[in-house]
Design a binder for this molecule. Structure first.
Ligand code: OXT
Ligand code: ADP
Ligand code: MG
Length: 590
């Protein structure tokens, strides 16, 4: 459909005189464009992340005119990632708007990733003429987008009539945030936008969603069962996942942890729910607590690959553990191992119920266990300390991360975005987090490319300064969005750990041919120059001092900044901390 064809409906309430022979009856009209905008606004969805083009260019323009913040990206995947992290941070679905087929597909990776990570978002894509698409007659950007989206998200809907826009947006919101949160696809064929209808009827067709994510109260018997198991524990452990961070039940979770005295292990994006420096934090004794615990309470964390599926050598003796799991999704129970005490409900309600059931005389966590965990943790922290003090030139990961660790300690409300392999794994361990939902990273899929989208989404949604710590490869997946960061003048400081490649910049082509090894990039690249091209601040940092100065300046000024941190190309390891997952290393084990 041509965009010009929609021009007649550009005013929210076009007035048409309908000739009824006698006195003219004046009817106020609205259209598909405005119904979408009004439905979003009615539900408090005031930001759209997207890329313009046919058939949604005018939707973006009109949304901006109607007071919605419309953030335009250079690639839909990054817009989708921004929407996804907006969902994680706010518990409201982030909105991503794309054009048809290729734009839709670009956004789909982010939608699938959001669903995998349990982040609520809605991908709204314009689509081509249904009649032509369904007969496969070769329309502009022809694709059956609904069918393709369906298996990759929680729910997918198509709207054919303007009068259904309100109910469709309501369904999309409810599907995204209720129960286990996730991604929803909304397919809006181009023709829909120019459909007109009576404005009053249009307004009545809109739905303000009431209680979009209703509390899910756990069964009292499930709570009692969980407390009985916990009371019997000699070596209890609490694991806090990103679901616990999402739930925004921070006070209840802290109360549970502190009242029980049980060591807690934060998953990567669960870090900061309680500070990593909290005396009960067992992050620095990870192997010990996984192996030696006897009862494990999972709060918003799945027993997937990141927890070795709850079994195997990382978990000690087979069948030696009892798991209590708190999750909103009943089917998560027994997904990998037996859950002896499933507590199904929303985390706020479940944790409150556990706290109430614990009463005032709950026994302290066994002292010998607490002491053992502390000893292991102190040992690991002591081993790490001298590495962080090292002033290596060129910088190694520890030298550079030691600097950034102090900066986050001094600015605990800054948001940290992190991706890469070594850059990810070492930053996770080294940089302590102090507040909930401040660490945003590659999540369940270990996906590269979330960096700039997450940084932009976090800056827009929270207004807080963002420090994005990026491997040089990882950055490349979304790097063009530095222009977006400059365009919107966002307080994002990106530090690229430039080690000339993926994992290490030292690999060689075994044939001696002219092509470099597949993991190696241009040596001595200057990513900081990219930022200068768009009017941002670019800095090349070769020492810890230069890095410290540049990051502090960026965080103080809030100016878009990109720092090319030169890292010794030989200092990383293959695949960071997950080299064991490489088929080659599995082969060696056989
Ligand atoms: O207890 P023990 O003794 O075991 O010690 C542990 C902790 O107790 C201790 N610790 C501490 N000690 C002292 N002090 C403190 N504060 C402390 N904290 C912890 O440290 C150890 C380790 O702790 P940790 O990290 O908690 O534990 P561990 O064992 O590592 O945990 C296991 C896991 C699995 C939970 C953890 O490792 C984890 O979360 N891993 C996530 C890994 C991940 O997702 N990686 C990303 C994917 S890698 C790969 O796929 C890449 N690709 C391919 C690709 C991808 N991903 N996506 C797409 C779209 N396309 C392609 C690519 C291209 S990575 C990549 C780019 C890489 O190159 P870059 O240039 O970007 O990056 P560089 O590597 O820097 O070059
Ligand atoms: P991590 O990677 O940090 O271990 P996961 O993404 O694996 O975390 O797990 C998050 C879990 O949290 C999911 O199983 C999801 O169903 C659950 N979850 C998300 N939000 C809530 C909530 N409000 N209440 C209860 N469970 C939730
Ligand atoms: Mg690298």
């Amino acid at each position: 459909m041509s965009e010009a064809a929609t021009a007649t409906a550009q005013k929210p309430a076009a007035t048409a005189a309908i000739d009824a022979q006698a006195a003219p009856v004046v009817q106020t009209l609205t259209d598909g464009f405005h119904l979408v905008i009004d439905a979003l606004k009615l539900n408090g969805l005031n930001t759209i992340y997207g890329v313009p083009g046919i058939p949604i260019t005018d939707l973006g323009r009109m949304a901006q005119a109607e007071g919605i913040r419309v953030i335009s990206f250079r690639h839909e995947q990054n817009a989708g990632n921004a929407a996804a992290i907006a969902g994680f941070l706010t518990k409201k679905p982030g909105i991503c708007l794309t054009v048809s087929a290729p734009g839709f597909l670009n956004g789909l990776t982010a939608l699938a990733n959001a669903t995998t990570n349990c982040f609520p978002m809605i991908l709204i894509s314009g689509s081509s003429e249904r009649e032509i698409v369904d007969l496969q007659q070769g329309d502009y950007e022809e694709m059956d987008q609904l069918a393709i989206a369906k298996p990759l998200c929680k729910a997918a809907f198509r709207v054919l009539h303007a009068a259904d826009i309100g109910i469709a947006v309501a369904r999309a919101i409810r599907a995204a945030v209720s129960g286990r949160p996730g991604g929803v696809y909304l397919d809006l064929p181009g023709k829909l936008f120019s459909q007109v209808m009576d404005a009053e009827a249009g307004a009545r067709s809109l739905v303000k969603v009431i209680d979009a994510a209703p509390a899910q109260i756990p069964a009292p018997a499930a709570v009692t069962r969980a407390l009985d198991v916990l009371k019997s524990a000699k070596r209890p452990l609490i694991i806090l996942g990103k679901g616990a961070a999402y739930a925004q039940a921070d006070d209840e979770i802290r109360a549970l942890v502190e009242k029980s005295g049980i060591p807690f292990l934060p998953m990567s994006m669960g870090k900061g729910l309680l500070p990593d420096t909290h005396p009960q934090c067992a992050g620095a004794a990870r192997s010990t607590v996984l192996k030696d615990s006897d009862v494990v309470v999972l709060i918003g964390a799945r027993l997937n690959w990141l927890l070795s599926h709850g079994k195997g050598k990382n978990w000690g003796e087979p069948y030696s553990k009892k798991f209590i799991q708190i999750d909103i999704e009943p089917r998560e129970m027994d997904s990998n191992v037996e859950i002896v005490a499933p507590v199904v409900g929303d985390i706020g309600s479940c944790v409150s119920a556990l706290l109430a059931g614990m009463g005032s005389a709950w026994p302290a966590a066994p002292a010998d266990w607490v002491a053992n965990v502390k000893a292991k943790k102190d040992d690991n922290i002591a081993k790490m300390a001298p590495k962080l003090m090292k002033n290596a030139v060129p910088m190694c990961y520890h030298t550079a991360l030691g600097v950034l660790r102090t900066i986050i300690k001094e600015r605990p409300d800054a948001i940290l975005v992190n991706e890469g392999a070594n850059t990810l794994d070492l930053a996770r361990g080294i940089i302590d987090m102090y507040q909930p939902r401040k660490r945003l990273d590659v999540g369940t899929w270990g996906v590269m490319g979330i960096g700039m989208g997450f940084a932009i989404g976090a800056a827009i949604e929270t207004g807080k300064p963002v420090l994005a710590i990026e491997g040089d490869s990882a950055f490349g997946f979304s790097g063009m969005e530095v222009e977006t960061i400059c365009r919107y003048n966002l307080p994002v400081c990106t530090v690229i750990f430039n080690n000339d490649g993926i994992y290490r910049g030292t690999d060689v082509n075994p044939t001696g041919g002219t092509d470099v090894a597949p993991t190696v990039f241009v040596k001595g690249s200057r990513y900081d120059k990219m930022m200068e091209a768009f009017g941002g601040v670019g800095v090349n940092a070769t020492t810890a001092d230069e890095l410290r100065r540049a990051v502090n300046e960026a965080m103080d000024s809030g100016k878009p900044t990109l720092i090319n941190a030169v890292i010794d190309p030989g200092s990383g390891s293959e695949s960071g901390r997950i080299g064991n997952l490489n088929p080659q290393s599995m082969l060696k084990k056989k």
